[in-house]
Structures are given as C-alpha cells and as structure tokens.
Design a protein around this ligand. Sequence first.
Ligand SMILES: [Zn+2]
Length: 67
Amino acid sequence: MATKSFTVEVGGKSLSCVVCGHERFWERRTLMNTKGASFLGFDWANTEATNYVCDNCGYVHWFLATP
Ligand SMILES: [Zn+2]
C-alpha cells in the first residue's frame, strides 16, 4: 500500500493495534449519519468519526473525535 502510515497517540499513550500490536496506522474520516446507524439507536451518530486503520492487518480503530 502506498498510503503513508504514522504513529498515533491517544491519551498520552501511543496506540497499538488491538489485534496484532502494530503501531503504524493511516487515517480515515467517516461521517456517521447513515440510516443504518439511526436504526440501531445511535442518536449520537450524526457526527464525524476518525478511523485509524492498522497498516499491518487492516483493523479499524474508531474514535468519535480526534484524540
Ligand atoms: Zn493490526
């Protein structure tokens, strides 16, 4: 993948992937206003989420605000 990955710090600690322990991620923004989310009762869902995608295994870590 040609995407640049970087380390992420959350709450003063460097984020590591919960699946594989890798410490480099790439960032993606997702607008959480889908009908599916509303249907599931996520009333807070009309907001933007920050995703950090593990550069190694692809697991997506979700944050409701930029940490
Ligand atoms: Zn991973």
